[in-house]
Design a protein around this ligand. Structure first.
Ligand SMILES: NC(=O)c1ccc[n+]([C@@H]2O[C@H](COP(=O)([O-])OP(=O)(O)OC[C@H]3O[C@@H](n4cnc5c(N)ncnc54)[C@H](O)[C@@H]3O)[C@@H](O)[C@H]2O)c1
Length: 365
């Protein structure tokens, strides 16, 4: 199977590309590296079954040759990213999704959308089943992401109804693992970065708000299962084990042996208080459920972060006292991050081979 993966240079996208290649698929990865990192895919460039195409999918999505499936993951995903890029986030959720749908339609290909638990907003029912329609503030700061994804779901469903396109929708809940950026403002990456660098762990609110954390390998297995089915869903993909943010902080401190203290800050606007997926549908229809518990997942993630001390130090300075899932962190000096390897727009529409890609940095993924 030949699969086009938009956002394939990001955290989840790069793991998906890797998994597809491992099982024998060919992959065309499209990305503009607005939040991704070339270092995530540099190791794949020598694989003849892997092509990279620099593309802003909000502008257009063109792939030469046939594709059997399109996995549309392109979108800023962490709150600091989408708050920093509000219009780009709305564009990629709307125009970007339509461009990716059109690509699938041209090739009569399977299309899967990486939607999000954020479509439930600050949920009034708990835990969240797919039948719940959500509680989103359509003009709040997070709406640029939540409403873009809700629109993307609506558009995908309309393409299925109108054109009979083979669409599948994954509502992804908090996922963590290697290749998260230490300064991306998500709670797992921030806690690990802070713990490993001796900075205080920043908790917003009283720490009793809950999240459910899914390890990346489990999540990618779910996406691959959805890719292989002809079901639309939507399917919740996430780990149904719910934890408070305080519990997560404690686990990270214990696992890293860190002496960092914990500091509390006011809860940001529209920050959801509880999140837990009901995954019955994915279990029954896709035969999927998470297998990796938080201890093992965190162990692997901590090991990944710990192996990048230079990047950690810079990121810790950038998020110092300001880590939040809603407050954009200070910019990380480019010289110390792998994002310096981003190929520019001049590379658009080129298939970038190993020879033209920059070398991975020592701190890169
Ligand atoms: N990681 C999670 O916990 C999570 C949870 C829910 C949903 N998701 C969804 O999964 C997808 C991937 O998330 P992620 O965590 O890997 O985020 P990420 O930021 O690491 O990856 C997103 C990728 O999309 C690329 N991109 C963004 N706009 C683009 C554009 N206009 N053209 C081309 N490429 C573009 C970025 O450069 C990046 O490589 C996103 O759609 C996100 O909404 C992720």
């Amino acid at each position: 199977m030949r699969v086009a993966v938009t956002g394939g240079g990001g955290f989840l996208g790069s793991h998906l590309c890797e998994t597809l290649l491992r099982r024998g698929d060919s992959v065309v990865c499209l990305d503009n590296f607005s939040t991704g990192d070339a270092a995530n895919i540099t190791h794949l460039l020598s694989d003849p079954a892997f092509e990279f195409q620099y593309a802003d999918v909000s502008a257009s999505v063109e792939v030469a040759g046939h594709v059997d499936a399109v996995a549309h993951l392109a979108s800023p995903a962490s709150p600091p990213d989408y708050l920093r890029q509000p219009l780009e986030t709305l564009a990629v959720g709307s125009r970007g999704t339509e461009n990716a749908l059109r690509l699938a339609l041209r090739h009569d290909a399977r299309f899967i959308l990486a939607s999000t638990s954020e479509v439930y907003g600050d949920p009034l029912v708990h835990p969240q089943e797919e039948t719940y329609w959500g509680n989103v503030n359509s003009i709040g700061p997070r709406s640029v992401y939540d409403e873009a994804k809700r629109y993307a779901e609506a558009l995908s469903a309309a393409y299925r109804r109108t054109h009979g396109l083979d669409v599948g929708i994954a509502r992804i809940f908090n996922t963590y693992g290697p290749r998260m950026r230490p300064h991306d403002g998500r709670v797992v990456s921030s806690f690990i970065t802070q713990a490993l660098t001796g900075e205080p762990l920043t908790i917003y609110g009283d720490g009793k708000q809950t999240r459910s954390f899914c390890y990346v390998d489990d999540l990618v297995r779910g996406l691959v299962a959805l890719l292989g089915s002809s079901e639309m869903g939507p399917f919740n993909l996430g780990n149904p084990v719910e934890r408070t943010v305080s519990e997560l902080a404690e686990t990270v401190l214990t696992m890293t042996g860190s002496q960092s203290e914990v500091k509390y800050h006011p809860l940001p606007v529209d920050d959801p208080v509880r999140r837990r997926p009901v995954i019955t549908l994915a279990r029954e229809v896709l035969g999927w459920e998470p297998e990796i518990d938080i201890t093992e997942g965190l162990r692997r993630t901590v090991a990944y972060f710990a192996s990048r001390p230079d990047q950690l130090a810079v990121s810790a300075a950038a998020i110092r006292g300001g880590q939040s899932e809603t407050v954009p962190p200070a910019a990380v000096p480019a010289a110390a991050t792998p994002s310096q390897m981003i190929p520019g727009p001049e590379a658009a529409s080129l298939s970038v081979g190993a020879a033209t890609m920059p070398e991975p940095s020592a701190s890169g993924g």
